[in-house]
Ligand binder design. Structure first.
Ligand code: UDP
Length: 307
């Protein structure tokens, strides 16, 4: 598991260990953290500090390679654009090379960002996207698009058993409070009774998936024989204004909502078409946004206001 000490990677490590697998967690801790994995007490778990832009070698047999190492938050890839490109290019090469060498199934963590600022709504996997390659988000979006191309090439030319999951906005415990994301910012701001910062006028939309739902879908995809990309996310689409109001209600905060500049190339709408996941994996999300936000608060030792 590359990126195993990150938000999604650490949840996936736990889920795989629970299912009886052994997990080698590879992470350079640039955006991941030991705090995400220090509670794991399992003889089947091993942490290897390593930068995936360098070749990866693992002694033991490997059944699955999950490539989750990435600088997924805008604050991170804007600060470290080259590291973002390297994780998607060299990192994916090395992870695929390992999968090929070990005859393992490879699972690429891709993203809804491959659709960019979509002109098709909701987004099915057949949509090719609308991405600005030289804009600030290009270092993330294009890294993931390249990683998808590479994955399909290893599959088609080298016969590697591969899967691609396009992950839409996901939230849950272990998101970094300062990762700059809407959910983490709003919760942090609400709990501190500070103003909630909406970028733009708040009419842009996202669809937020609770982490447990997402992890269940990723495991189902890993265990399937599917090779083409599969969207995983919650199709319950909300405006950012709705999200801010909801966070205020669930936390009981009296914070005001303030409006700030919209970042460059910020997609105006995003909602997964999950028909393929439903048909191929029998998967759909189960945790409604209100419930997921309440769980997140309880994890932080706060009692949510029931709605
Ligand atoms: N956003 C916001 N206030 C914040 C953080 C983010 O209004 O404090 C907006 C951001 O501009 C975007 C949406 O929330 O339109 C989702 O942003 P996030 O960084 O969570 O994810 P992504 O842009 O990758 O979907």
């Amino acid at each position: 598991m590359t990126g195993g000490a990150g938000f999604l990677g650490s949840h996936l490590c736990e889920q795989l260990l629970e299912r009886g697998h052994h997990v080698v967690c590879i992470d350079n801790l640039v955006t991941g953290s030991l705090a995400n994995i220090e509670h794991i007490r399992d003889d089947g778990f091993r942490f290897v500090p390593h930068d995936v832009s360098e070749p990866i070698y693992i002694e033991e047999p490997v059944d699955f390679v999950f490539h989750f190492a990435a600088l997924a938050s805008p604050v991170d890839y804007l600060r470290m654009p080259l590291a973002s490109l390297k994780a998607g290019s060299y990192g994916t090469h090395h992870a695929l090379g390992l999968a090929k060498f070990k005859r393992a199934r490879f699972v690429l963590a891709s993203t809804s960002e491959v659709y960019g600022d979509p002109q098709v709504h909701p987004q099915p996997e057949t949509y090719w996207g609308h991405v600005n390659p030289i804009g600030p988000r290009g270092v993330y979006d294009e890294a993931k698009r390249y990683a998808e191309a590479l994955t399909m090439a290893y599959h088609g030319q080298q016969g590697v058993d591969t899967a691609i999951v396009r992950i839409f906005n996901t939230y849950g415990p272990r998101m970094r409070p300062n990762d700059g994301r809407a959910v983490s910012n709003f919760i942090r701001q609400a709990l501190a009774e500070e103003p909630l910062t909406i970028y733009g006028d708040g009419t842009q939309t996202r669809s937020f998936c609770y982490v447990d739902d997402l992890i269940r879908g990723i495991v189902a995809l890993a265990e399937s024989g599917e090779h083409l990309p599969v969207n995983l996310g919650n199709p319950d689409e909300r405006t950012l204004l709705e999200l801010a109001e909801l966070v205020k209600r669930v936390t009981g905060a009296s914070s005001e909502i303030v409006f700030e500049a919209l970042p460059v190339d910020d997609p105006m709408q995003r909602k997964p078409d999950i028909t393929r996941a439903q048909q191929i994996l029998g998967w759909e999300p189960e945790v409604p946004l209100e419930e997921g936000l309440s769980r997140l608060l309880r994890e932080q030792g706060r009692e949510p206001i029931t709605i």
